[in-house]
Design a protein around this ligand. Sequence first.
Ligand code: PBG
Length: 328
Amino acid sequence: MSDIKFKRHRRLRRTANMRALIRENVVRKEDFIYPIFVVEGENIRKEVPSMPGVFHVSLDNLSEEMKKLEDNGILAVIVFGVPDHKDDCGSEAYAREGIVQKAIRHIKSNHPSLTVVADTCLCQYTDHGHCGVIEDGVILNDPSLELLTKTAVSQAEAGADIIAPSNMMDGFTAAIREGLDEAGYTDIPIMSYAVKYASAFYGPFRDAAHSSPSFGDRKTYQMDPANRLEALREAHSDVEEGADFLIVKPSLSYLDIMREVKDETGVPVVAYNVSGEYAMIKAAAEKGWIDEREVVMEKLTSMKRAGADLIITYFAIDAAQWIDEANA
Ligand code: PBG
């Protein structure tokens, strides 16, 4: 049969070398941002039940975790605080001696080469578990911005290299940009959770961060999973307000959105491979139903293919090791 009647695509798949020559997207260790949960107390390294391999660590155990990142060539960490004390205005989020502020100072003084991203939100710190100020059961937008800006500035003061606001109040990027600039942090970029859906895939994170809302849900501020154009509006307004990176979250069910946000804005896009996505793979792998390594690498590659420049993932350390092994 001649070549004229049909295309022989398999020519370019014939050998491993050939496949490597034409590979379009590659996951690099430099793409990863590793999430870490920091708690008050001493000598704590406690596994999160719904996230095997992910731990709550106290400050005295933080260096051990950070060394793993350095040893494996991971450049960045995103810090989540799990405070002991919560109140209605989330005051531990912006306290000078708050758990995140202490963790940032610790990492920057002991591991200066790591880029530290601070998640800027209130839900772990408020007794009601919502990401803003509440009055009569309503989450107020503008009064929440003041607290978020205070939080961002306190994180920058502690040494954060990147501010990542995740609360989905309108105008958070503009407010935080202004606050950072006024405080002299004009060089600190904002990695905005611009497109954050009200997703059931955050379940294990809320167990880990003790941040489930005590009433209602987050649907008046996080986005409806049914919407695509709204995601583009969110992305555009954050770019206008000064976002330097745009996060799309969750990742796997939203690869279409990632691609569009990338093409429409041209701004670096960050995929947040969230806790529920992690837990599903871990559970299936534990049962022997899937090959964890193959599935994880395939899924990270699909995020790159969808336009992600960076990936926030709990798999970062394992994946970095697998990348090294594959290149050995
Ligand atoms: C805080 C925040 C959440 C996540 C990251 N930052 C939880 C939420 O919005 O309820 C989820 C991350 C994950 O599931 O891995 N607002």
